[in-house]
Design a protein around this ligand. Structure first.
Ligand code: CAA
Length: 258
């Protein structure tokens, strides 16, 4: 039985799959969805049987933004007082890798949600944008920051200032997405990538995620120093001994996450 109203949450082997499920509203992100999403992510994060997570929507929309119908009457006091976008930040703190499998619209908060994930795989019909300016507001869940880091200042400025949407090919050229796959193969491909990651040594996997993210938050010198410390610490794991022994013995490694 599905304990969520706005999500479908399942697992395949070591991969947790979260499908955003408000299709009538193009998966607009309302308060309930964001809180359920955090709950589902936390559940997978603390589940030792799960090594990677996929978030997806449907063919028409990954998510068309924060729910405008829920948001439009908010006063400043309500918005600031409830800090209703803060739960978006928590997604970036999940330690296991998250793959966004994006088909159709990823707009506003939907684009920001995808950018909070670690890998974005785009269907060939994906459309990305930060159209908040057309509503008299601005991106508020990381759009001005993460989009700029991903695609650079000129393109981020243009997209945020004009609301222009970009299709999958442009998003790939701009390095927003790791690659494009045919729409009908999107989920299968995302699950394949997640399954590959989930069967590797999870200490190394989580440390790689942490080190890459650390690099965005600090200087190159600090980042490389952090990376080196993490690298050395992996020599305390059995998986490092197993991985290297397997290479030398010309066999497949059997990682035990120890
Ligand atoms: N919030 C609430 N409802 C939404 C929504 C949103 N962000 N996006 C779409 N919907 C609803 C529509 O209101 C419509 O509902 P009804 O059938 O009840 O009228 C339904 O989903 C289908 O949408 P459309 O009829 O508009 O579908 P379309 O194919 O004609 O257009 C679209 C698709 C271009 C994506 C259009 O829906 C659209 O422009 N959506 C809004 C995009 C947007 O502005 N996103 C930013 C939101 S603000 C934000 O995210 C803030 C932030 O940064 C934190």
């Amino acid at each position: 039985e599905n304990p969520y109203e706005t999500l479908l949450v399942t697992r395949q082997g070591k991969v947790g799959l979260i499908t955003l499920n408000r299709p009538h509203a193009l998966n607009a992100l309302n308060t309930l969805l964001i809180s359920e999403l955090n709950r589902a992510l936390k559940g997978f994060e603390t589940d030792p049987g799960i090594g990677a997570i996929v978030i997806t929507g449907n063919e028409k929309a990954f998510a068309a933004g924060v729910d405008i119908k829920e948001m439009h009457t908010k006063t400043f006091v309500e918005a600031y007082g409830s800090d209703f976008l803060a739960p978006f930040d928590k997604i970036g703190n999940i330690r296991k890798p998250i793959i966004a499998a994006v088909g159709g619209y990823a707009l506003g908060g939907g684009c920001e949600l995808a950018m909070s994930c670690d890998i974005i795989l785009a269907a060939d019909n994906a459309v990305f944008g930060q159209p908040e300016i057309n509503l008299g507001i601005m991106p508020g869940a990381g759009g001005t920051q993460r989009l700029t880091r991903a695609v650079g200042k000129a393109k981020a400025m243009e997209l945020c200032l004009t609301g222009r949407m970009m299709e999958a090919e442009e998003a790939e050229r701009a390095n927003l997405v790791s690659r494009i796959v045919p729409a009908d193969e999107l989920l299968e491909e995302a699950m394949k990538v997640a399954d590959k990651i989930a069967n590797l040594s999870q200490h190394a996997v989580m440390m790689i995620k942490e080190a890459i993210n650390r690099g965005f938050a600090t200087t190159l010198a600090e980042g490389t120093r952090f990376e080196r410390g993490q690298f050395y610490s992996l020599f305390a794991t059995e998986d490092q001994k197993e991985g290297m022994a397997a290479f030398i013995d010309k066999r497949k490694p059997e990682f035990k996450n120890r």
